[in-house]
Design a protein around this ligand. Sequence first.
Ligand code: HEC
Length: 107
Amino acid sequence: MNKMLLIGAAVMVAVVTVSAADVKENWEKNCTKCHGADGKGDTKMGKKLEIKDFTDAKYQASMKDEEMLKAMKDGVKDGEKVRMKAVEGLSDDDMKALVKFVRDFKK
Ligand code: HEC
């Protein structure tokens, strides 16, 4: 195999690892407990924590991508109280894909 083919194959693998199915799986595994499958936060945990509705365009407009990423990386705290734990076991790319996924809830 020549070099170009090898590079091409590597790029394809990289794309496949953050495919839509994986993002959805990550979302369902790590986030729906609180944020709900539909992103509305209409869950027992979500209600308790008063989670914001990700389908709300106004809320989406108020959030920057970097802030969403930070919420996943560092968690969300209210003073000393942890509201959302930092996400574990996901790569930067996984989290970036999740930011996009959350954006897509916007109606
Ligand atoms: C233990 C419950 C819980 C889990 C699990 C959880 N979150 Fe959150 N999340 C919260 C709470 C509480 C907030 C802060 C309240 C708010 O602003 O809606 C929040 C806020 C956010 C925000 C916005 C940050 C902000 O400052 O408003 C994003 C984006 C987010 N979560 C994404 C995710 C993603 C993606 C996952 C899964 C990888 C996830 N959350 C898992 C509870 C959770």
